[in-house]
Write a protein that binds this ligand. Sequence first.
Ligand code: AMP
Length: 225
Amino acid sequence: MTQRNAVKIVILFGAPGAGKGTVAQHLLDNYGVVHFSTGNLLRNEVKNGTSIGKEVEAILSSGKLVGDDVVNRVVESNLQKALSGNDVVLLDGYPRTVEQAKFLDAIDEGNLKSSIRVLELDVDHEVVVARIAGRVVCSKCGATFNASQLNGNTVCSRCGGELIKRADDSEDVVRRRLQEYVNMTLPVSRYYADRLAKVSGEGTPEEVARNVDETFRDFEIEKRR
Ligand code: AMP
């Protein structure tokens, strides 16, 4: 039996549109966690016009995966800072390939490995396509909304920012991303088999939140008081 350390990293795993954003918000509101999204980091690189941003811009809007080298570089240069406090780091969108998972396990000379857990959100792919077709995001704070719940509002209820459709949220792109997920990312969930808990991502946000809380109890991560 391998030695298990206190959990430092939880990988939030699930197909695009499985509800990772909503679960991440629940965890941020209720636990001492820091959100670490490679999608957000890469979109920031594009927004800031960095050399990495220029390299990945076209790939991001096509829905394909950015190369392991580039993503690993972005993770390496941002992860230590995220890990420096007491909060659990919530990895969202990374790792997506077995190569990336191996890279993460090797960080800090392999000392992180036993403190990593995976929470996989399980949702039927047709449910995902329907969800993403109606998804809009705030251009300022990144909050996600479903068009059906907005009652015609075009600005973010949290910060007043403009609501936009992400360039990679069309049905064609979504289906391609789901196929990429099946081809590349399922092997990652197999790689993590002994550190992974599956949680149903279908049902109301409250039901999903209850399932997630149960898994966090199993991970021995306490709610913030
Ligand atoms: P996300 O916001 O997690 O859905 O990521 C948006 C896009 O960023 C993806 O479709 C990929 O093009 C890229 N991306 C984010 N994380 C990764 C990763 N771990 N590996 C490769 N590409 C990534």
